[in-house]
Design a protein around this ligand. Structure first.
Ligand code: PGA
Length: 265
């Protein structure tokens, strides 16, 4: 089955002023104009969603967000729900990013992890709530360096996939996007070898297949994320199990982001 590649820019906590967000969004719109056969998403910080929505309206760039809480409304100080994002014009939402799980690719004090507190169970609640709100989740999974060196990569990845989608119907599962992001490759410049990235993205698909069967497994899109740049994107994106990229650093420069979109198109 032909899957449409999906390139998503995760701006993280960058370009968070209206001026900076608007400028980058407009540059992205211009840089990807006329490119077809690929879904292009930008995920700015919450506070500039409105600004970016205005900048991308009328273009093929789709608005995304970086997280969503699992309750729709209520006494949950600081949280943002899927309903709120939908109303703000958001289509895709990143869930279970290693940074919201407190698993940083770059050294951070161990005790900071508890301030994030994301688990497979909370990611699952968020996935189901986002689907119920009419959003399209991009579910992040990936192993830390310790887990890779301990030979646990496949187990970590398959259990994160299964944990995230428990209770999702096959009809909804068909549309899911996964992002395999080895934690040690995020923001470090250490990209995962393309053959190995393809193998692990294949494990994501195999896990979906064991839970939902071949039709759903062939339909879900699996991105690679972690130091994807213009110079390594073509090799990664030519792998059979890699259907796109979740791009951090390189999504902050329109020309680099557009070059990755070109590699996918
Ligand atoms: P990076 O980030 O491209 O800067 O490594 C990817 C991500 O965290 O989604």
């Amino acid at each position: 089955m032909a899957r449409t590649p999906i390139i998503a820019g995760n701006w993280k906590m960058n370009k968070g002023t209206a001026a900076a967000a608007s400028a980058l969004a407009q540059e992205v719109v211009t840089a990807i104009e006329g490119k077809s056969g690929v879904t292009v998403v930008v995920c700015p910080p919450y506070t500039v969603l409105h600004t970016v929505r205005e900048a991308v309206t009328g273009s093929s760039v789709v608005l995304g967000a970086q997280d969503a809480f699992w309750k729709a409304t209520g006494a949950y100080t600081s949280q943002i729900s899927g309903e709120m994002l939908k109303d703000a014009g958001v289509t895709y939402v990143i869930l279970g990013h290693s940074e919201t799980r407190g698993r940083f690719g770059v050294p951070e004090p161990e005790e900071t992890v508890k301030h994030y507190g994301e688990t497979d169970a909370t990611v699952n609640l968020k996935v189901k709530a986002a689907i119920a709100a009419g959003l399209e989740p991009i579910i992040c999974i990936g192993e830390t360096l310790d887990e890779r060196e301990g030979g646990k990569t496949d187990l970590v990845v398959s259990s994160q996939v299964a944990g995230a989608i428990t209770g999702v119907t096959s009809e909804k599962a068909l549309r899911l996007v996964f992002a395999y992001e080895p934690v040690w490759a995020i923001g470090t410049g250490k990209v995962c070898d393309a053959t190995e990235a393809n193998r692990v993205c294949g494990i994501v698909r195999q896990t979906v297949r064991s839970l939902y069967g071949v039709e759903v497994a062939d339909s879900v899109r699996v991105q690679y994320g972690g130091s994807m740049k213009p110079d390594n994107a073509a090799e990664l994106l030519s792998q059979p199990h890699i259907d796109g990229g979740l791009i951090g650093g390189a999504s902050l420069k329109a020309a680099d982001f557009a070059a990755i979109v070109d590699a996918a198109a």
